[in-house]
Design a binder for this molecule. Structure first.
Ligand SMILES: *Cc1c(COP(=O)(O)O)cnc(C)c1O
Length: 419
């Protein structure tokens, strides 16, 4: 049947594919909200019943340019019509130009492309281990990470993640990781001294510039500046996981710019492709030691993903979205603080950078983030918790002043309903 005849056919009501049909076929790895999303435009999405939502989840800090953005529609269409996948046996301009953009807009000199945040972190872990073996002469290298961190769901990255709930029942875990409390320099120095007195010497420190999943907790400048000094003194590597906070979300291109330091290695994924799966691991030339055969990915950096990510990166720059992130972020923080004052004892703090903001519930109160998220979704605002006591606001970076105002009004109503 030709596309024309298909279009002329009278619309047949397709039987509704229900959420229980879905659950019959899809593994239950997620506790999903009972909402089936069908389409989106800008910062709004619509469900299968035609209900409209303001989307302050953005695919978990991923849809940089919102939904159905013409820039992305054009980039996707152009690239799929031209060439979408070739493997890494050959060169492609798109991969090279994306690497160039990332290098020119960060402290890194080189990029490796993959498909997700976890995979980017796996690459960083492998690079740090090779560096330990071949440059530092450490044969049982340890990578120090933080409590409440989040680095992904592969075996190495759940091990790197300093949260036992992600590791339960998946042992034996990958050896070579050690955890310290975040933003606590004394604990870090003690851990390094302790480990260095054993065979399991420290080869790298891996942190988020701002902990996303772990509660939207910003890193402290003094802490990270001291980490940088320690790494320089010892010649070990500082790896920053920029998967959630990078790509403009913090109001700077990269989260580390808020801390006044530069990492040796950093990773990106979520916002990089604006929702098209892509990850990247970047490093300085001083630790650019991978050689052909050391690391690879079949899909990694294909012309499709790179062509779209390049369009996202260029739009971020050309539309001066960093300024919007900073202004809308300030507006959101001020709005949430004003709402917080109306419900004393409910909200402990509003924190974050740019457009990654956490509304922290009072630890003494019984209220949990999922209750507020549910109440907000009933009022037409999509949000995502970052732990049991923090509600995360991560809208597309193109969000307008009106949309921020609307979200704040919804939070006001939601808190009135549940507080
Ligand atoms: C989401 C996230 C990851 C994992 O990314 P995936 O694409 O889900 O593998 C890693 N690190 C941080 C900081 C993240 O927020």
């Amino acid at each position: 049947m030709s596309p024309e005849t298909l279009l002329q056919k009278p619309a047949v009501q397709s039987p509704q594919f229900t959420t229980s049909d879905f659950d019959q076929y899809v593994m239950s790895t997620y506790a999903r909200y009972p909402i089936t999303l069908e389409r989106g435009s800008g910062c709004r999405v619509w469900d299968s019943e035609g209900r409209e939502y303001l989307d302050f989840v953005a695919g978990i800090a991923t849809c940089t340019l919102g939904h159905a953005n013409p820039v992305m529609v054009d980039a996707v269409t152009t690239q799929i019509q031209k060439l979408h996948h070739i493997s890494n046996l050959y060169y492609s301009t798109q991969q090279g130009e994306l690497a160039q953009w990332l290098v020119e807009h960060s402290c890194a000199d080189k990029a490796f492309f993959c498909n997700s945040g976890a995979e980017a972190n796996e690459g960083a872990i492998k690079l740090a281990r090779k560096y330990a073996h071949t440059v530092l002469g450490i044969h049982l290298p340890t990578i120090i990470t933080a409590h409440a961190s989040f680095h992904g769901r592969t075996l190495a990255t759940i091990t790197a993640t300093g949260q036992p709930k992600y590791q339960k029942n998946f042992d034996p875990l990958v050896p070579g990781f050690y955890y310290v409390p975040y933003n606590d320099i004394v604990a870090l120095e003690e851990a390094i001294n302790m480990l260095d007195a054993t065979e399991r010497q420290v080869a790298a420190i891996m942190m988020e510039a701002l902990q996303g999943e772990g509660g939207v907790r910003p890193g402290e400048q003094a802490y990270f500046q001291r980490i940088r000094e320690i790494c320089d003194q010892k010649g070990i590597l500082l790896i920053l996981d920029e998967v959630q906070v990078g790509m403009g979300r913090s109001g700077q291109y990269w989260g580390y710019e808020n801390l006044g330091i530069e990492p040796d290695i950093f990773t990106s994924a979520k916002g990089l492709g604006g929702g098209i799966p892509i990850g990247a691991m970047l490093c300085k030339s001083s630790c650019d030691i991978f050689q052909p055969g050391d690391h690879a990915s079949t899909f990694g950096g294909n012309p499709f993903a790179c062509g779209v990510a390049l369009a996202v990166c260029r739009t971020l720059e050309q539309e001066n979205l960093l300024a919007n992130v900073r202004e809308r972020g300030e507006q959101l923080k001020a709005g949430l603080n004003a709402v917080a004052h109306k419900y004393p004892g409910v909200v402990a703090e509003v924190r974050g950078w740019g457009l990654i903001i956490g509304l922290v519930l009072n630890p003494e109160s019984e209220l949990v983030s999922s209750t507020v998220v549910k109440a907000a979704s009933e009022e037409g605002l999509l949000l995502v918790p970052a732990g049991p006591k923090v509600i995360r606001f991560v809208p597309p970076l193109i969000v307008s002043p009106e949309e921020i105002a609307q979200a704040v009004a919804v939070i006001d109503r939601a808190l009135a309903a549940v507080a």
